[in-house]
Ligand binder design. Structure first.
Ligand code: RNT
Ligand code: ZN
Length: 427
Protein backbone atom coordinates (compact mmCIF):
# COMPACT_ATOMS: atom_id res chain seq x y z
CA UNK A 1 0.00 0.00 0.00
CA UNK A 2 1.30 3.41 -0.94
CA UNK A 3 0.06 5.62 1.88
CA UNK A 4 1.37 8.90 0.48
CA UNK A 5 -0.13 8.14 -2.92
CA UNK A 6 -3.46 7.14 -1.42
CA UNK A 7 -3.62 10.38 0.55
CA UNK A 8 -3.21 12.30 -2.70
CA UNK A 9 -5.83 10.19 -4.49
CA UNK A 10 -8.31 10.74 -1.66
CA UNK A 11 -7.53 14.45 -1.75
CA UNK A 12 -8.27 14.74 -5.47
CA UNK A 13 -11.68 13.14 -4.96
CA UNK A 14 -12.35 15.31 -1.90
CA UNK A 15 -11.49 18.44 -3.85
CA UNK A 16 -14.17 17.51 -6.39
CA UNK A 17 -16.72 16.92 -3.62
CA UNK A 18 -16.09 20.38 -2.20
CA UNK A 19 -16.05 21.94 -5.66
CA UNK A 20 -19.50 20.48 -6.24
CA UNK A 21 -20.85 22.63 -3.39
CA UNK A 22 -18.95 25.69 -4.59
CA UNK A 23 -15.97 25.53 -2.22
CA UNK A 24 -12.48 26.31 -3.54
CA UNK A 25 -10.21 23.91 -1.62
CA UNK A 26 -6.97 25.40 -2.91
CA UNK A 27 -7.74 28.88 -1.65
CA UNK A 28 -8.82 27.40 1.72
CA UNK A 29 -5.46 25.63 1.95
CA UNK A 30 -3.66 28.84 1.00
CA UNK A 31 -5.39 30.66 3.86
CA UNK A 32 -4.58 27.83 6.29
CA UNK A 33 -0.89 28.48 5.90
CA UNK A 34 -1.22 31.91 7.56
CA UNK A 35 -3.17 30.68 10.59
CA UNK A 36 -1.04 30.87 13.73
CA UNK A 37 -1.96 29.11 16.96
CA UNK A 38 -0.34 30.30 20.18
CA UNK A 39 0.67 27.05 21.87
CA UNK A 40 0.72 27.34 25.67
CA UNK A 41 3.99 26.37 27.34
CA UNK A 42 2.27 25.23 30.54
CA UNK A 43 0.90 21.92 29.22
CA UNK A 44 4.49 20.65 29.19
CA UNK A 45 5.23 20.87 32.93
CA UNK A 46 1.87 21.05 34.72
CA UNK A 47 2.04 24.87 35.14
CA UNK A 48 5.03 24.70 37.49
CA UNK A 49 7.55 26.96 35.73
CA UNK A 50 11.20 27.46 36.62
CA UNK A 51 11.24 29.64 39.71
CA UNK A 52 12.86 26.75 41.49
CA UNK A 53 10.73 26.47 44.59
CA UNK A 54 8.63 23.53 43.43
CA UNK A 55 5.64 25.02 45.24
CA UNK A 56 2.13 23.75 44.75
CA UNK A 57 -0.10 25.29 42.12
CA UNK A 58 -2.51 27.77 43.60
CA UNK A 59 -5.30 30.23 42.90
CA UNK A 60 -7.78 27.81 41.42
CA UNK A 61 -5.45 26.16 38.94
CA UNK A 62 -5.37 22.39 39.36
CA UNK A 63 -3.50 19.79 37.34
CA UNK A 64 -4.27 16.15 37.98
CA UNK A 65 -2.45 13.04 36.79
CA UNK A 66 1.03 11.60 37.18
CA UNK A 67 2.01 10.56 33.68
CA UNK A 68 5.80 10.29 33.61
CA UNK A 69 7.96 12.75 31.70
CA UNK A 70 7.05 16.24 32.92
CA UNK A 71 9.58 18.80 31.63
CA UNK A 72 11.71 19.88 34.61
CA UNK A 73 14.07 22.33 32.90
CA UNK A 74 13.95 24.87 30.07
CA UNK A 75 16.01 22.51 27.88
CA UNK A 76 13.52 19.70 28.43
CA UNK A 77 10.54 21.95 27.75
CA UNK A 78 12.14 23.27 24.56
CA UNK A 79 12.95 19.76 23.37
CA UNK A 80 9.35 18.63 24.05
CA UNK A 81 7.99 21.69 22.26
CA UNK A 82 10.21 21.09 19.24
CA UNK A 83 8.73 17.62 18.89
CA UNK A 84 5.18 18.96 19.30
CA UNK A 85 5.69 21.67 16.65
CA UNK A 86 7.07 19.06 14.23
CA UNK A 87 3.71 17.23 14.49
CA UNK A 88 1.55 20.30 13.89
CA UNK A 89 1.18 21.69 10.35
CA UNK A 90 2.04 25.39 9.87
CA UNK A 91 4.07 27.99 11.76
CA UNK A 92 2.85 28.59 15.26
CA UNK A 93 3.57 30.69 18.32
CA UNK A 94 4.61 29.93 21.88
CA UNK A 95 2.69 31.40 24.79
CA UNK A 96 5.02 31.80 27.79
CA UNK A 97 4.09 32.53 31.37
CA UNK A 98 6.31 34.76 33.52
CA UNK A 99 7.10 31.73 35.74
CA UNK A 100 9.08 30.22 32.87
CA UNK A 101 12.09 32.56 32.85
CA UNK A 102 15.66 31.40 33.07
CA UNK A 103 16.25 32.35 36.70
CA UNK A 104 19.83 31.59 37.67
CA UNK A 105 19.02 32.52 41.25
CA UNK A 106 15.83 33.46 43.05
CA UNK A 107 14.20 36.50 41.39
CA UNK A 108 10.86 37.64 42.73
CA UNK A 109 8.01 38.39 40.33
CA UNK A 110 8.30 42.16 40.68
CA UNK A 111 11.94 42.02 39.60
CA UNK A 112 11.89 39.85 36.49
CA UNK A 113 13.59 41.34 33.46
CA UNK A 114 14.12 40.82 29.75
CA UNK A 115 17.44 39.08 30.46
CA UNK A 116 15.56 36.21 32.12
CA UNK A 117 13.78 35.57 28.83
CA UNK A 118 16.67 36.20 26.45
CA UNK A 119 17.22 32.45 26.11
CA UNK A 120 13.59 32.01 25.02
CA UNK A 121 13.85 34.95 22.61
CA UNK A 122 16.97 33.39 21.01
CA UNK A 123 15.41 29.93 20.87
CA UNK A 124 12.22 31.34 19.32
CA UNK A 125 14.23 33.19 16.68
CA UNK A 126 16.14 29.99 15.77
CA UNK A 127 12.91 27.97 15.66
CA UNK A 128 11.06 30.70 13.69
CA UNK A 129 8.43 30.78 16.41
CA UNK A 130 6.86 33.98 17.71
CA UNK A 131 6.27 34.54 21.40
CA UNK A 132 3.30 35.66 23.44
CA UNK A 133 3.43 36.34 27.17
CA UNK A 134 1.46 36.27 30.45
CA UNK A 135 2.11 37.78 33.86
CA UNK A 136 1.72 35.05 36.52
CA UNK A 137 -0.74 36.08 39.26
CA UNK A 138 -0.80 32.74 41.07
CA UNK A 139 1.28 30.18 42.97
CA UNK A 140 3.02 32.80 45.09
CA UNK A 141 2.95 33.71 48.81
CA UNK A 142 1.55 37.15 47.92
CA UNK A 143 -1.42 35.44 46.26
CA UNK A 144 -1.98 32.90 49.04
CA UNK A 145 -5.23 34.44 50.31
CA UNK A 146 -6.71 34.51 46.82
CA UNK A 147 -6.16 38.20 46.07
CA UNK A 148 -3.50 39.99 44.02
CA UNK A 149 -4.25 43.15 42.02
CA UNK A 150 -7.54 43.63 43.89
CA UNK A 151 -5.99 43.01 47.32
CA UNK A 152 -7.11 45.32 50.11
CA UNK A 153 -3.47 45.75 51.20
CA UNK A 154 -1.81 48.42 49.11
CA UNK A 155 1.66 46.87 49.56
CA UNK A 156 0.53 43.57 48.07
CA UNK A 157 -1.29 45.40 45.28
CA UNK A 158 1.88 47.35 44.51
CA UNK A 159 3.93 44.14 44.33
CA UNK A 160 1.55 42.77 41.70
CA UNK A 161 1.36 46.10 39.86
CA UNK A 162 5.16 46.00 39.62
CA UNK A 163 4.92 42.43 38.29
CA UNK A 164 2.54 43.60 35.57
CA UNK A 165 4.82 46.52 34.67
CA UNK A 166 7.84 44.17 34.49
CA UNK A 167 5.91 41.76 32.27
CA UNK A 168 4.90 44.49 29.82
CA UNK A 169 8.57 45.47 29.40
CA UNK A 170 9.44 41.85 28.66
CA UNK A 171 6.53 41.43 26.23
CA UNK A 172 7.53 44.62 24.40
CA UNK A 173 11.12 43.35 24.07
CA UNK A 174 9.85 40.05 22.68
CA UNK A 175 7.66 41.87 20.18
CA UNK A 176 10.52 44.14 19.09
CA UNK A 177 12.84 41.15 18.65
CA UNK A 178 10.34 39.22 16.55
CA UNK A 179 8.98 42.21 14.64
CA UNK A 180 5.46 41.18 15.53
CA UNK A 181 3.27 42.11 18.49
CA UNK A 182 3.62 39.89 21.54
CA UNK A 183 0.15 39.45 23.07
CA UNK A 184 0.50 39.90 26.83
CA UNK A 185 -2.49 38.34 28.59
CA UNK A 186 -3.56 39.34 32.10
CA UNK A 187 -5.52 36.71 34.00
CA UNK A 188 -6.06 37.60 37.65
CA UNK A 189 -7.59 34.92 39.93
CA UNK A 190 -8.91 37.24 42.66
CA UNK A 191 -12.17 36.15 44.18
CA UNK A 192 -14.04 34.65 47.14
CA UNK A 193 -15.11 31.12 47.95
CA UNK A 194 -18.17 32.43 49.72
CA UNK A 195 -20.61 35.25 49.19
CA UNK A 196 -18.84 38.59 49.58
CA UNK A 197 -20.10 41.52 51.58
CA UNK A 198 -18.50 43.91 49.12
CA UNK A 199 -18.39 43.14 45.43
CA UNK A 200 -17.71 46.74 44.49
CA UNK A 201 -14.46 47.73 46.19
CA UNK A 202 -12.33 44.83 44.84
CA UNK A 203 -13.51 45.65 41.30
CA UNK A 204 -12.61 49.30 41.79
CA UNK A 205 -9.18 48.27 43.10
CA UNK A 206 -8.62 45.85 40.20
CA UNK A 207 -9.44 48.55 37.64
CA UNK A 208 -7.15 51.05 39.39
CA UNK A 209 -4.29 48.52 39.58
CA UNK A 210 -4.67 47.68 35.88
CA UNK A 211 -4.73 51.38 35.01
CA UNK A 212 -1.42 51.83 36.87
CA UNK A 213 0.11 48.90 35.01
CA UNK A 214 -1.10 50.20 31.65
CA UNK A 215 -0.05 53.82 32.28
CA UNK A 216 2.97 53.44 29.99
CA UNK A 217 2.21 53.23 26.27
CA UNK A 218 4.05 50.64 24.21
CA UNK A 219 4.01 50.60 20.40
CA UNK A 220 1.22 48.33 19.16
CA UNK A 221 3.76 46.72 16.80
CA UNK A 222 5.60 45.40 19.87
CA UNK A 223 2.97 44.39 22.38
CA UNK A 224 -0.78 44.34 22.95
CA UNK A 225 -2.33 43.86 26.39
CA UNK A 226 -5.18 41.38 26.74
CA UNK A 227 -7.49 40.85 29.74
CA UNK A 228 -9.13 37.49 30.56
CA UNK A 229 -12.39 37.07 32.47
CA UNK A 230 -13.69 34.10 34.43
CA UNK A 231 -17.04 33.22 35.99
CA UNK A 232 -15.71 31.13 38.87
CA UNK A 233 -12.72 29.03 39.92
CA UNK A 234 -11.87 26.45 42.53
CA UNK A 235 -11.87 28.48 45.72
CA UNK A 236 -13.56 31.46 44.05
CA UNK A 237 -16.93 29.82 43.46
CA UNK A 238 -19.05 32.70 44.67
CA UNK A 239 -17.29 35.73 43.27
CA UNK A 240 -14.53 36.49 40.77
CA UNK A 241 -13.48 40.12 40.66
CA UNK A 242 -12.52 39.98 36.96
CA UNK A 243 -15.86 38.77 35.62
CA UNK A 244 -17.00 38.96 31.98
CA UNK A 245 -18.83 42.25 32.43
CA UNK A 246 -15.87 43.72 34.29
CA UNK A 247 -13.37 42.94 31.55
CA UNK A 248 -15.66 43.63 28.64
CA UNK A 249 -16.18 47.11 30.03
CA UNK A 250 -12.50 47.45 30.83
CA UNK A 251 -11.34 46.33 27.37
CA UNK A 252 -13.84 48.57 25.62
CA UNK A 253 -13.07 51.65 27.68
CA UNK A 254 -9.26 51.18 27.62
CA UNK A 255 -8.94 49.85 24.06
CA UNK A 256 -7.49 46.52 25.19
CA UNK A 257 -7.66 43.07 23.67
CA UNK A 258 -10.39 40.99 25.32
CA UNK A 259 -9.60 37.36 26.08
CA UNK A 260 -12.40 34.78 26.06
CA UNK A 261 -11.50 31.39 27.51
CA UNK A 262 -13.89 28.66 26.35
CA UNK A 263 -13.94 27.15 29.85
CA UNK A 264 -14.69 30.33 31.79
CA UNK A 265 -18.43 30.60 31.48
CA UNK A 266 -21.49 28.84 32.70
CA UNK A 267 -21.54 25.32 31.18
CA UNK A 268 -24.55 26.14 29.02
CA UNK A 269 -22.93 29.34 27.73
CA UNK A 270 -20.64 29.23 24.69
CA UNK A 271 -17.98 31.68 23.57
CA UNK A 272 -18.80 30.99 19.90
CA UNK A 273 -21.93 33.09 20.34
CA UNK A 274 -20.00 35.92 21.97
CA UNK A 275 -17.39 36.48 19.23
CA UNK A 276 -19.49 38.47 16.75
CA UNK A 277 -20.97 40.53 19.60
CA UNK A 278 -17.73 41.59 21.26
CA UNK A 279 -15.93 42.14 17.95
CA UNK A 280 -18.26 45.09 17.34
CA UNK A 281 -16.76 46.88 20.32
CA UNK A 282 -13.20 45.68 21.01
CA UNK A 283 -10.31 46.11 18.58
CA UNK A 284 -9.01 42.56 18.84
CA UNK A 285 -9.83 39.36 20.61
CA UNK A 286 -7.68 36.64 22.14
CA UNK A 287 -9.19 33.18 22.41
CA UNK A 288 -8.13 30.66 25.01
CA UNK A 289 -9.35 27.58 23.25
CA UNK A 290 -10.00 25.11 26.02
CA UNK A 291 -12.65 22.56 26.99
CA UNK A 292 -14.71 22.70 30.13
CA UNK A 293 -15.88 19.43 31.68
CA UNK A 294 -18.25 19.93 34.62
CA UNK A 295 -16.31 22.07 37.12
CA UNK A 296 -13.03 21.97 35.22
CA UNK A 297 -12.22 24.45 32.48
CA UNK A 298 -8.99 23.01 31.10
CA UNK A 299 -9.39 19.63 29.38
CA UNK A 300 -7.45 18.89 26.18
CA UNK A 301 -9.24 20.41 23.21
CA UNK A 302 -11.19 17.81 21.25
CA UNK A 303 -12.99 18.13 17.93
CA UNK A 304 -16.22 19.13 19.62
CA UNK A 305 -19.28 20.97 18.33
CA UNK A 306 -18.19 24.06 20.26
CA UNK A 307 -14.67 23.98 18.81
CA UNK A 308 -16.18 23.83 15.33
CA UNK A 309 -18.58 26.67 16.15
CA UNK A 310 -15.78 28.86 17.49
CA UNK A 311 -13.71 28.50 14.33
CA UNK A 312 -16.78 28.91 12.12
CA UNK A 313 -17.50 32.21 13.81
CA UNK A 314 -13.90 33.40 13.41
CA UNK A 315 -13.91 32.54 9.70
CA UNK A 316 -17.49 33.60 8.91
CA UNK A 317 -16.92 36.98 10.50
CA UNK A 318 -13.70 37.41 8.53
CA UNK A 319 -11.91 37.94 11.84
CA UNK A 320 -8.75 35.90 11.22
CA UNK A 321 -6.73 39.15 11.19
CA UNK A 322 -8.23 40.45 14.48
CA UNK A 323 -8.64 37.27 16.51
CA UNK A 324 -5.60 35.68 18.13
CA UNK A 325 -6.05 31.98 18.69
CA UNK A 326 -4.35 30.65 21.82
CA UNK A 327 -4.76 27.34 23.62
CA UNK A 328 -5.27 26.78 27.33
CA UNK A 329 -5.47 23.29 28.81
CA UNK A 330 -3.37 21.13 31.08
CA UNK A 331 -3.59 17.41 31.56
CA UNK A 332 -0.96 15.40 33.43
CA UNK A 333 -2.76 12.07 32.99
CA UNK A 334 -1.59 11.53 29.39
CA UNK A 335 1.61 12.08 27.44
CA UNK A 336 2.03 15.86 27.54
CA UNK A 337 3.52 16.18 24.04
CA UNK A 338 0.59 14.16 22.70
CA UNK A 339 -1.78 16.53 24.54
CA UNK A 340 -0.25 19.47 22.64
CA UNK A 341 -0.41 17.59 19.33
CA UNK A 342 -4.02 16.48 19.84
CA UNK A 343 -5.32 19.87 20.98
CA UNK A 344 -3.47 21.97 18.42
CA UNK A 345 -4.21 19.67 15.50
CA UNK A 346 -7.88 19.74 16.49
CA UNK A 347 -7.93 23.53 16.64
CA UNK A 348 -6.38 23.69 13.16
CA UNK A 349 -8.67 21.00 11.78
CA UNK A 350 -11.63 23.08 12.95
CA UNK A 351 -10.21 26.17 11.19
CA UNK A 352 -9.81 24.12 8.01
CA UNK A 353 -13.38 22.84 8.29
CA UNK A 354 -14.59 26.42 8.67
CA UNK A 355 -12.60 27.51 5.61
CA UNK A 356 -14.22 24.67 3.65
CA UNK A 357 -17.75 25.72 4.55
CA UNK A 358 -20.05 26.90 1.74
CA UNK A 359 -20.76 30.02 3.78
CA UNK A 360 -22.21 32.14 0.97
CA UNK A 361 -24.68 29.45 0.05
CA UNK A 362 -25.76 29.01 3.68
CA UNK A 363 -26.24 32.76 4.07
CA UNK A 364 -28.29 32.91 0.90
CA UNK A 365 -30.59 30.14 2.10
CA UNK A 366 -30.97 31.90 5.41
CA UNK A 367 -31.79 35.25 3.83
CA UNK A 368 -34.33 33.60 1.55
CA UNK A 369 -35.97 32.09 4.61
CA UNK A 370 -35.13 28.55 3.52
CA UNK A 371 -34.28 27.29 6.96
CA UNK A 372 -34.91 23.69 5.89
CA UNK A 373 -32.20 24.02 3.26
CA UNK A 374 -29.86 25.67 5.75
CA UNK A 375 -30.17 22.81 8.24
CA UNK A 376 -29.96 20.13 5.55
CA UNK A 377 -26.77 21.60 4.07
CA UNK A 378 -25.09 22.19 7.43
CA UNK A 379 -25.77 18.59 8.43
CA UNK A 380 -24.68 17.03 5.13
CA UNK A 381 -21.53 19.09 5.19
CA UNK A 382 -20.48 17.44 8.46
CA UNK A 383 -19.61 14.20 6.66
CA UNK A 384 -17.81 15.72 3.68
CA UNK A 385 -14.23 14.37 3.38
CA UNK A 386 -12.49 16.89 5.64
CA UNK A 387 -10.01 14.19 6.72
CA UNK A 388 -8.78 13.75 3.15
CA UNK A 389 -8.05 17.48 2.82
CA UNK A 390 -6.45 17.57 6.28
CA UNK A 391 -4.19 14.59 5.49
CA UNK A 392 -3.11 16.22 2.23
CA UNK A 393 -2.41 19.49 4.06
CA UNK A 394 -0.26 17.71 6.67
CA UNK A 395 1.60 15.75 4.00
CA UNK A 396 2.18 18.83 1.84
CA UNK A 397 3.91 20.66 4.71
CA UNK A 398 5.92 17.63 5.85
CA UNK A 399 3.94 16.74 8.97
CA UNK A 400 2.57 13.23 9.74
CA UNK A 401 -0.95 12.64 8.39
CA UNK A 402 -3.72 10.88 10.28
CA UNK A 403 -2.58 9.31 13.53
CA UNK A 404 0.94 8.65 12.21
CA UNK A 405 2.28 11.33 14.57
CA UNK A 406 1.57 9.07 17.53
CA UNK A 407 4.49 6.85 16.52
CA UNK A 408 6.89 9.82 16.83
CA UNK A 409 5.51 10.57 20.31
CA UNK A 410 5.77 6.95 21.43
CA UNK A 411 9.38 6.76 20.30
CA UNK A 412 10.21 10.00 22.16
CA UNK A 413 8.40 8.67 25.21
CA UNK A 414 10.50 5.54 25.37
CA UNK A 415 13.79 7.27 24.54
CA UNK A 416 13.43 10.56 26.40
CA UNK A 417 10.36 11.02 28.61
CA UNK A 418 10.59 7.68 30.39
CA UNK A 419 14.11 8.56 31.50
CA UNK A 420 12.88 11.56 33.50
CA UNK A 421 11.98 11.03 37.12
CA UNK A 422 9.68 13.41 38.92
CA UNK A 423 8.61 12.68 42.43
CA UNK A 424 6.66 15.95 42.64
CA UNK A 425 4.00 14.99 40.10
CA UNK A 426 0.52 15.36 41.53
CA UNK A 427 -1.65 12.29 41.70
C1 RNT B 1 -7.08 30.37 34.39
C2 RNT B 1 -6.91 31.03 33.07
C3 RNT B 1 -5.50 31.28 32.65
C4 RNT B 1 -4.56 30.14 32.99
C5 RNT B 1 -3.20 30.29 32.41
C6 RNT B 1 -2.20 29.40 33.09
O1 RNT B 1 -8.36 30.08 34.68
O2 RNT B 1 -7.58 30.29 32.09
O3 RNT B 1 -5.46 31.61 31.31
O4 RNT B 1 -5.08 28.91 32.60
O5 RNT B 1 -2.83 31.59 32.37
ZN1 ZN C 1 -7.29 30.87 30.03
Amino acid sequence: MNRAGNIEKAFELAREDYQAIGVDVDSALQRMRDVEISVHCWQGDDVKGFEGDDGALGNGLAVTGNFPGRARTIDELQSDLELAYSLIPGNHRLNLHALYGDFKSRVDRDEIEVEHFQGWIDWARDQKIRLDFNPSYFSHPNAADGFTLAHADSGIRQFWIDHGIACRKIAAAMGAAQNNPCINNFWVPDGYKDVPADRKAPRERLAASLDSIFATEYPAEHTLDAVECKLFGIGSESYVVGSHEFYMGYAMSRNKVLCLDAGHFHPTETISDKISAVMMYVPELLLHVSRGVRWDSDHVVTYSDELQSIMQEVVRGDYLGRVHIGLDFFDASINRVAAWAIGTRNALKAVLAALLEPTEQLRKLELEGDLTGRLALIEEQKTLPLGAVWNHYCQSVGVPAGSDWLENVREYESKVLSQRSDSSALV
